[in-house]
Ligand binder design. Structure first.
Ligand SMILES: *Cc1c(COP(=O)(O)O)cnc(C)c1O
Length: 389
């Protein structure tokens, strides 16, 4: 193993400052349920530009609580993309609802709004309750357009922004809209898994501008319990300061203070991280221009969680890179082709654009601490592979 390898597709970046704040957190009065949670929520809401943020134990918990708060139940049908991590779809199933997939756009690999419209138009009104678009790879989905469509069909909108903290699109008034800022989507969710932009170990966040949903999420995160005396429904004079009420069925999806402390520290470098990701993307763009290696549409505002190329003989390239200790990855196996979803009736062939995308896609190393030398090695290895084959 040389100094340069192994090179994964993504990895966390931990500094001395990160280590210091975690050690301080260990020495504080709270390992969990302390003040660091709200502090993290506040700085994250500031960064994204939304009113409210709710920290939770991971991105999947964020999806589950969001689906609950939006009222998903056994009568719900929800539309999402087959090109995402399974959790984006699973959250609907957790609540007893049904997931309906719609195909992706070829140039960006995100949920195709025209396909979603087709589904909505061709079903009786009221068939669908919600839409879950994903800012896949960091591509900022135009939530304004999705909002118009959702409103037309009385649907809610849950933005899976796990790949796009720091990403943005320009709305029809020319105003910058950050991914997950709650301007158009009812709720948005983020993950702080180490391969994502901001690492907490495990962690997640739900963002919104809707106060009612915000308060519901706070309760659901902690067993459905409220300690707010204004909200009590059956407190009597015999009940002291210990009193609380469980008013609905919730979970323990709390984020420990330890992880929140790391999140706050990481967030201070988020902007720097995005800048470096963009630099890496531009270098890949230049290297693959006028070659047989195709890249996805890379607009301004892209957050570059992933840098995806599309190639012939993907397995050959993947194995060749692996032999050189470059661990590229495939994002994603289309959700509707996973055995569990096929058990629900989905078949290969249902979404031809997603399936064709999957045949050729490969995510190259993309993380702020990737060095220029390492990136050169990745690029040269890819070129060597195609020159030799
Ligand atoms: C990572 C990820 C999730 C799940 O987040 P976890 O924190 O791993 O639970 C959900 N959706 C997408 C698109 C993701 O990339």
């Amino acid at each position: 193993m040389s100094l340069m390898t192994p090179i994964p597709y993504g990895r966390q970046c931990i500094t001395e400052d990160d280590i210091d704040v975690v050690v301080k957190s260990l020495q504080s009065n709270f390992l969990t349920q302390g003040p660091t949670i709200e502090a993290f929520e506040n700085v994250f809401a500031d960064y994204i530009g939304c009113k409210y943020a709710v920290a939770v134990s991971n991105g999947t918990a964020a999806l589950h609580l969001s689906a609950l708060a939006l009222g998903v139940n056994k009568n719900s049908k929800v539309i999402t993309s087959p090109i995402t991590f399974a959790a984006s779809a699973n959250c609907v199933l957790y609540c007893g609802g049904e997931v309906i997939f719609a195909d992706i756009e070829e140039k960006s690999a995100v949920l195709d709004i025209n396909k979603v419209r087709e589904l909505l138009v061709n079903s009786p009104k009221g068939t669908f309750q919600g839409i879950i678009p994903i800012d896949f790879a960091g591509f900022p989905v135009n939530m304004e357009s999705f909002r118009q469509l959702a409103d037309e069909f009385d649907c809610w909108l849950l933005e899976d922004s796990c790949h796009s903290p720091g990403g943005f699109f320009m709305d029809s008034n020319g105003v910058q809209q950050n991914c997950g800022n709650g301007q158009y989507a009812d709720l948005a969710i983020f993950s702080f898994h180490p391969v994502k932009h901001i690492a907490c170990g495990e962690g997640g966040m739900i963002t919104t501008n809707n106060k009612e949903l915000y308060e519901k999420l706070l309760r659901l995160r902690t067993h459905g319990i409220t300690k707010d005396s204004n909200k009590f429904v059956k407190k009597t004079q015999k009940d002291g300061a210990w009193y609380y009420e469980m008013q609905e069925l919730g979970y323990n999806y709390r984020l420990p203070d330890l992880n929140a402390a790391l999140g706050i520290s990481q967030l201070q470098r988020a902007h720097e991280g995005i800048e470096r990701r963009i630099e890496i993307a531009r270098k890949y763009d230049a290297a693959f221009e006028n070659t047989q290696i195709k890249t996805l549409h890379n607009p301004r505002g892209h957050a570059y969680h992933l840098y995806v190329i599309q190639v012939d003989n993907r397995l050959g390239l993947y194995n060749y890179l692996k032999d050189n200790e470059i661990y590229a990855q495939v994002h994603y196996i289309p959700v509707h082709t996973l055995p569990y979803y096929q058990g629900l009736g989905w078949k290969n062939g249902d979404f031809p654009i997603a399936e064709a995308y999957y045949e050729k896609c490969l995510s190259l190393p993309m993380y702020p601490s990737l060095t220029d030398k390492q990136q050169d090695f990745v690029i040269n290895s890819i070129k060597n592979y195609y020159n030799g084959n």
